[in-house]
Ligand binder design. Structure first.
Ligand SMILES: Cc1cc2nc3c(=O)[nH]c(=O)nc-3n(C[C@H](O)[C@H](O)[C@H](O)COP(=O)(O)O)c2cc1C
Length: 192
């Protein structure tokens, strides 16, 4: 198969894998670098790099789970041990989690909207790169992407928001299909 056909196949068959279905191994350090470089090679009006990446691997995943557990306990005081254990284990579902942080850089050229979109492109590029390397991956947010205290724990600044938590690992589950939009329903020809 030609390389261009492989690329098209990858784009047309890519699937997310639920973090709960992920396991070791995760990407090697070299592969992580490749994935991050793909994430930093996205359309970026004005060359602002309006994104940054926070890596969670090894014990850091457990430590961050404690942050999630304590915050969840504060927000949901009636949560039992079972629910708190789910929070503590969130980042342990995959060998590597990358928080993609969207940040707004003052610019006369690129409005905030475009800078936020660029962060989305960064997430997607990383998923495509990880898929090409043979890894399972997913872009999720869950409640902790939108929580002020978690933002503080992540060290986010005023203009910064979580664009997504990208989970990377391996899976033994076969890829299933998911219904896709009918192109004709989302596509029109502009006729003036
Ligand atoms: C910004 C963003 C946030 C998402 N957050 C979640 C989430 O919290 N939980 C979830 O199950 N899926 C979430 N998704 C959807 C998954 O990433 C994925 O697209 C979906 O499971 C469909 O799989 P597919 O990528 O194979 O089409 C999110 C998608 C985007 C773009």
């Amino acid at each position: 198969m030609s390389r261009s056909q492989e690329t098209i196949d990858l784009l047309l068959t890519r699937r997310s894998v639920k973090p709960m279905n992920m396991a070791e191994p995760g990407p090697t350090p070299d592969e992580v670098e490749t994935i991050l470089r793909a994430g930093a090679r996205v359309p970026d009006h004005g060359k602002l790099a309006p994104w940054r990446f926070i890596l969670f691997r090894g014990d850091a995943r457990r430590a961050f789970g404690e942050v999630l557990r304590e915050r969840y306990r504060a927000v949901e005081p009636r949560a039992g041990d079972d629910l708190l254990a789910i929070e503590a284990g969130r980042f342990l579902r995959a060998p590597l989690v990358v928080a993609v942080v969207s940040r707004i850089v003052p610019s006369r050229k690129a409005p905030e909207w475009e800078q936020r979109l660029s962060a989305g492109a960064s997430c997607q590029n990383m998923l495509v790169a990880a898929t090409a390397l043979g890894y399972a991956c997913a872009w999720i947010t869950e409640w902790y992407a939108y929580d002020e205290e978690i933002a503080r724990a992540l060290g986010l600044g005023e203009s910064e928001r979580v664009a997504g938590f990208l989970y990377f690992g391996s899976t033994s589950l076969p890829k299933d299909e998911r219904e896709r939009p009918v192109l004709a329903e989302i596509t029109t020809e502009w006729k003036g």
